[in-house]
Design a protein around this ligand. Structure first.
Ligand SMILES: Nc1ncnc2c1ncn2[C@@H]1O[C@H](COP(=O)(O)OP(=O)(O)OP(=O)(O)O)[C@@H](O)[C@H]1O
Length: 308
């Protein structure tokens, strides 16, 4: 899978597509000017991969943090993790027995504090999954370039943000409603770039760059997934099989030597296993048996080199 491919091959899509080249160029410009950027778009369209790719271009260490409801200020800033005890026994003069004991609390830097002090490029993936109270810490970081250390018992009250520190946020707008409302104040301080879903050609390039399938095979898989998606009312934005499903089918088929062919039972079963669950979740229960039949028919029509 990806490990058999070089990073360069994985970046093939970014090198070949003017859409991505332009997006990368603009993003690097905003980051250089000191502004964070924010990629937003449906699940699986490549926000994290693009964020990490751009972060690497900045030639600074890259740190990745995943947003989640349990992420706390302690994780981000740091915490006292216990006590360090130093004991000195002095029995040099036999009649005198002296013990000196020093107990001090030991502090562990949080991940954000480290990134801020050392000037990393931080990719904060799915930041809207974290609680707004946790994300509030980013307001002074982005606005005043300081990280307040309130509540930490640290000597200083704040640390200055390293001039090279920058942040790339990602989020999935479909999750805003169900998770936590995004703080408008935070969004005001970043350049938000909505990402377009990949077109067919881009998906084929991505599949070929990450797996060992040939172009005609990648095209057949991507076309099948597009047909499968059209069985749901949701198109590119929402759940349902997308690029991840294409990659999974291509990867498993090439590893297990399953031919990309609708006449092969193994291939049909693989496609059903990968796509049925997300597809089922995107259609009403009363349509399940009809959609399952249509799905199977589409899988059986797959023929490499032929549009079905
Ligand atoms: N340029 C690319 N070339 C090859 N594969 C890619 C590319 N971009 C994304 N992918 C692959 O597509 C899949 C989805 O990408 P990614 O995780 O970046 O999407 P996402 O939009 O961040 O999804 P989510 O919102 O669910 O986290 C991953 O397996 C990733 O490796």
């Amino acid at each position: 899978m990806a490990d058999s491919k070089t990073i360069q091959q994985q970046n093939q899509l970014y090198e070949e597509s003017t859409y991505y080249q332009d997006l990368i160029y603009r993003s690097l410009g905003y980051l250089d000017a000191g502004y964070p950027i924010h990629f937003t778009g449906p699940s699986g369209i490549g926000k994290t991969t693009l964020g990490l790719h751009i972060a690497k271009q900045r030639n600074r260490p890259v740190m990745l943090i995943h947003g989640n409801r349990d992420l706390s200020n302690e994780d981000l800033i740091g915490t006292y993790s216990g006590y360090t005890r130093n004991k000195l026994k002095d029995n040099y003069v036999r009649s005198v027995y002296k013990i000196e004991e020093n107990v001090s609390e030991s502090w562990t830097d949080g991940r954000l504090l480290e990134a801020i002090q050392k000037g990393y490029t931080l990719v904060y993936d799915e930041f809207t999954r974290s609680r707004p109270e946790t994300n509030n810490i980013f307001l002074p970081i982005l606005e005043e370039r300081i990280l307040p250390l309130y509540g930490t018992k640290q000597k200083g009250t704040y640390v200055n943000v390293h001039p090279e520190f920058s942040v790339i946020f990602t989020s999935n707008p479909a999750e805003y409603a169900g998770v936590y409302s995004t703080q408008d104040a935070l969004l005001d301080r970043m350049v938000t770039l909505p990402m377009d879903a990949m077109d067919t050609e881009a998906k084929v390039t991505a599949v070929m760059s990450k797996t060992d399938v040939e172009q005609a095979e990648a095209e057949a898989i991507v076309r099948l997934m597009e047909k499968v998606r059209s069985l749901t009312s949701q198109k590119e934005d929402g759940n349902g099989p997308g690029l991840r499903a294409c990659l999974m089918i291509a990867e498993i088929a090439s590893r297990q030597e399953v031919p990309i062919d609708g006449n092969d039972e193994g291939f049909v079963q693989l496609c059903l296993d990968v796509t049925w669950f997300p597809l089922k979740n995107s259609v009403e229960e009363k349509h399940h048996s009809r959609v399952r039949k249509q799905l199977e028919q589409e899988c059986r029509k797959v023929k490499v080199g032929e549009e079905t």
